[in-house]
Design a protein around this ligand. Structure first.
Ligand SMILES: *[C@@H]1O[C@H](CO)[C@@H](O)[C@H](O)[C@H]1NC(C)=O
Ligand SMILES: *[C@@H]1O[C@H](CO)[C@@H](O)[C@H](O)[C@H]1NC(C)=O
Ligand SMILES: *[C@@H]1O[C@H](CO)[C@@H](O)[C@H](O)[C@H]1NC(C)=O
Length: 400
């Protein structure tokens, strides 16, 4: 055989290899949900989707996705009432719609489902006078501003749009925490809430099991991080190639799954690991550095307090050296349910009891039956219907 033959054999073998390789990649990384927008996700499940914008008192523009039941709409049937479904930290509407989760169930039952996006995530980087690209002032916020600006803007917008006097608020993690904060800061808002359902409420974090707490306790770290007035984000253009390269391969997938479980908890029986790439790519949504710093303080101090600007600015803003705590005892809403789980690595059962004690009105408390259920499971567990959602629907129907 001459040179030419050898060359064609080499080419043939490498093309065979390449075919195998492409097929393997295709099988592991081609879930269309990896790249869908919230509305594309919702429409792919045969619901209709609308996007609304609510303006906050400080000029941020909050995007709200609305899930519409096409059968009710076609039959011109009225919906039951508006329900807000609010995502958690590093979240967006995507956290709710990547699975077969709550928004779809509620829309099937006839509720009018609204999913707001906290300021600074990729859908709420819109402002009346600040440019998130150019003005670092845009990023000077933490969950304090979600509490006093975002949630009132969202509630008032939805009530105005729908003509209802009250809505229900279902929040997970940060989405529950900001409602506890709002009801403490502006107790008059309890007149606008029918039922508040807090899932894995990330209010007190002093007893979190996750090692993230030790990071927050590194001396001086939070002070230094406070100097960063910027976005916290991992751009998809950076994340995707890395995730495709490492997590798509079977060996790497285990490592990726371990990192994932380190962050949001481990419950292998309820994790659909063939959807891991969807969860990682769509799961990490932007927020501000300051928001993360604020969580760090919550974990380090064990308090549910306002943002710590350093003693000098604290004095000017709050009239005290340390940031004041939220007055949870001011909450007067009678219809609060919280649901937590034993294996939650961020919101420990102990911290849930601290929350329950701090709030003076009675709270109905549920513990998820599955002992392995953890933080991220409220959005993505394959048993989330039986463990969580069925209870939510029952409570909603009872409290009209
Ligand atoms: C910004 O908000 C306006 C509504 O005030 C909306 O029309 C526009 O599409 C939004 N832009 C982005 C990029 O979200
Ligand atoms: C896991 O995800 C795949 C799609 O990637 C789906 O076909 C399968 O039904 C899911 N399994 C469960 C238990 O939900
Ligand atoms: C919980 O995890 C343990 C150990 O991984 C497993 O044996 C058990 O079946 C799990 N229980 C449920 C309800 O998934």
């Amino acid at each position: 055989m001459n040179m030419k033959h050898w060359l064609s054999i080499v080419l043939l073998i490498s093309s065979l290899n390449c075919n195998l390789c492409d097929k393997r990649l295709e099988r592991l990384v081609s879930d269309p949900d990896e790249n869908r927008t919230p509305c594309e996700m919702i429409e792919s499940r045969n619901f209709k989707c609308d996007t609304h914008w609510a303006k906050t008192a400080d000029g941020y523009i909050i995007a709200i996705h609305r899930v519409i039941n096409p059968i009710l709409k076609a039959a011109k049937k009225p919906t039951i009432r508006p329900v807000v479904v609010q995502h958690g930290l590093i979240g967006s509407t995507l956290h709710w719609v990547i699975g077969r989760n709550l928004p779809y169930l509620l829309a099937n039952y006839g509720y009018d489902v609204w999913m707001p996006n906290s300021r600074g995530n990729q859908f709420s980087q819109n402002h009346t006078f600040l440019d998130p690209e150019k003005d670092s002032d845009f990023w000077k916020f933490s969950f304090d501003e979600m509490i006093i600006y975002d949630s009132p803007a969202v509630i008032d917008y939805i009530l105005r749009k729908t003509g209802y006097k009250k809505l229900d608020w279902i929040g997970v993690s940060q989405g529950a925490m900001i409602m506890f904060g709002l009801l403490a800061e502006k107790p008059e808002y309890s007149a606008k809430i029918n039922l508040f359902y807090g899932l894995a409420p990330a209010v007190f974090l002093g007893n979190m099991a996750s090692q993230l707490k030790s990071i927050a306790k590194v001396p001086g770290l939070l002070k230094i991080a406070t100097l960063i007035k910027a976005e916290f984000a991992i751009p998809r253009s950076v994340l995707d190639p890395v995730v495709d390269q490492f997590c798509g391969e079977l060996g790497g997938r285990n490592i990726c799954q371990s990192v994932f479980e380190f962050l949001i908890g481990k419950n292998p029986n309820a994790l659909n690991s063939s959807r891991l790439l969807v969860y990682i790519k769509q799961g990490i949504n932007p927020t501000s550095f300051w928001n993360l710093v604020h969580y760090g303080s919550s974990a380090a101090t064990g308090k549910f307090a306002k943002f710590d600007y350093g003693w000098l600015e604290n004095l000017a803003r709050y009239g005290s050296i340390n940031p004041p705590e939220y007055k949870l005892s001011a909450i007067n809403l009678k219809n609060i349910v919280i649901m937590s789980s034993d294996n939650d690595i961020l919101v420990s059962p102990k911290d849930v009891q601290i929350l329950k004690k701090a709030v003076k009105v009675p709270i109905i408390e549920y513990r998820v039956k599955d002992k392995n259920f953890t933080h991220g499971d409220f959005c993505i567990a394959s048993n989330v219907y039986e463990m969580v959602n069925v209870h939510i629907v029952r409570h909603l129907r009872q409290s009209s």
